[in-house]
Design a protein around this ligand. Structure first.
Ligand code: NCD
Ligand code: ZN
Length: 364
C-alpha cells in the first residue's frame, strides 16, 4: 500500500450547468475521488460558458451544491469580455483561452483580443491556452512580449513539445501539461477504439509524437487528464463530439509506466501535486492523502466508472494500481468503490472563506 498526497488535476470538464446528461458536479467529482484526485480545476466550456458574472455564479452554485472534492473554476476568454474578465479574476483559478476550435462555442481567433486579455488579466493569475501547432508559438510570443506567464494545455506533438523546450531554454515563462491519453494512445489505436470514440482535441497523434513526449518528460510540468465526458450515444452518433473521460484511469496508467521504469513516483508527484499547486497558486489541502494498492490488478471497464459517460478509450486494458481510500481535509471521503461524503463537501479554493468546522464536544 502506498500513501500519497491527494492528486490535483488542472484540466477537467464538469459539464454542469447545461449538459448534465454527460456529467454533473457530483458524478464528475466522484470520478475524481475514484481516481485519487482531491482537487480539480474546471474548464469554462459549459452551457452557457463561464464568461460573465451570471454564468460564473451559476457554475459556482452547481459546484457548491454537488462537488465532493475541492475545486477551482476557470473563466473563459471571449471577444465580448475583454474589458470585464479581470474583474472576476479573484473568484477564479485562472483564465482559459481557446485559440483553436474544440467542443463548445468559446473561441478567440483575433490576435488583438488575445493580446488584450493577456494585458488585462492580473499578472499573478495564470492563463491557460488551448492552442495547437503554430498557435502555440503565437501564444508564447504574445505572452513574452507582454511580460507574462502562459500555460499550454494538452501538448500532444513533437514540434510542440520541442518549441516549448526551446522557449523554456530561452527563459520564457511558459509551462505545459500533457494528458495520459497522448502518452498512452496514438493514431494506431483508432481502429480498436472506433472512429467516433477516438475523436479528441488535440487529436491522437503519431508514434513519433508520442515518443517525443516521453523523451522530453523534463519539459512537461503537469499531467492533466482533460477529462471530457460525452455519452456513448453521442460518441457513436452522427457528429461525434471530441473528448475522453480520464479521471479514473490516469493514475493506474502512470503507475504502469513506473513499473516499466519509464517514470518514477517522484516524476508523478511532481506533475500531479507540486507543479500544479505552484503554477495555479493552490492552497495546501491539509490532512489530505490517498491510499493506493500498488499491486491490485484490474481491467478498465467503462461500465464500472463513476463518470456518467460510462465508456473509456482504454476499455479492456489490464492495469495495476488502485485507489482504495481518499482522505480529504481530515475525513474519509472515498473507500473504493463508495463515496462517503454528501455532495457539497468539496470547497471552492477561490470562493468565500467558509467558517471553520464546528469542534465536536468531547463526551464526558
Ligand atoms: C473538450 C470537451 O469536450 O470539452 N474536448 C476535447 O476533445 N478535449 C474540449 C477541449 O478541451 O478541447
Ligand atoms: Zn479540455
Amino acid at each position: 500500500m502506498l500513501t500519497l498526497p491527494g492528486l490535483i488535476d488542472p484540466h477537467v470538464h464538469m459539464r454542469e450547468p447545461g449538459q448534465t446528461h454527460k456529467e454533473d458536479w457530483r458524478s464528475g467529482t466522484a470520478a475524481a475521488l475514484a481516481g485519487g484526485f482531491t482537487c480539480i480545476l474546471a474548464m469554462p466550456n459549459t452551457d452557457p460558458p463561464v464568461t460573465d458574472p451570471a454564468s460564473l455564479e451559476s457554475a459556482e452554485e452547481s459546484a457548491r451544491k454537488r462537488a465532493l472534492c475541492d475545486y477551482g473554476l476557470f473563466l473563459g476568454a471571449g471577444e465580448d469580455n475583454v474589458e470585464t474578465a479581470a474583474g472576476l479574476a479573484p473568484k477564479t483559478v485562472g483564465l482559459k483561452m481557446y485559440l483553436d476550435r474544440t467542443f463548445g462555442p468559446l473561441r478567440l481567433g483575433d490576435p488583438g483580443a488575445i493580446a488584450a486579455h493577456m494585458t488585462n488579466w492580473p499578472a499573478q493569475k495564470p492563463i491557460v491556452v488551448h492552442a495547437e501547432g503554430k498557435r502555440i508559438a503565437l501564444a508564447i510570443q504574445l505572452a513574452a512580449r507582454l511580460g507574462r506567464s502562459v500555460h499550454i494545455a494538452h501538448v500532444s506533438r513533437k514540434k510542440e513539445i520541442l518549441l516549448i523546450k526551446l522557449s523554456k531554454e530561452k527563459g520564457l515563462a511558459v509551462t505545459c501539461e500533457v494528458t495520459p491519453h497522448h502518452l498512452f494512445l496514438t493514431k494506431e489505436d483508432i481502429p480498436r477504439i472506433g472512429a467516433g470514440r477516438s475523436e479528441v482535441r488535440p487529436k491522437l497523434a503519431t508514434k513519433a509524437d508520442q515518443q517525443a513526449l516521453w523523451e522530453n518528460l523534463a519539459v512537461i510540468d503537469c499531467f492533466a487528464t482533460d477529462h471530457a465526458p460525452h455519452t456513448i450515444a453521442e460518441k457513436d452518433g452522427e457528429n461525434p463530439p471530441p473528448g475522453f473521460p480520464g479521471l479514473e484511469t490516469a493514475l493506474a496508467l502512470l503507475l504502469g509506466a513506473v513499473r516499466e521504469g519509464r517514470l518514477t513516483m517522484e516524476d508523478i508527484l511532481k506533475r500531479m501535486v507540486d507543479n500544479p499547486r505552484r503554477i495555479f497558486h493552490l492552497p495546501e489541502q491539509v490532512d489530505t492523502f490517498i491510499d493506493v494498492d500498488f499491486d491490485a490488478q484490474w481491467t478498465i471497464r467503462g461500465h464500472y466508472l463513476q463518470s456518467r459517460c460510462e465508456w473509456t478509450p482504454f476499455e479492456g486494458m489490464p492495469v495495476r494500481g488502485k485507489v482504495v481510500e481518499v482522505n480529504l481535509r481530515g475525513r474519509i471521503v472515498y473507500q473504493a468503490p463508495d463515496v462517503l461524503v454528501q455532495p457539497g463537501y468539496g470547497r471552492d479554493l477561490f470562493g468565500p472563506a467558509l467558517p471553520p468546522e464546528p469542534i465536536k464536544p468531547i463526551p464526558m
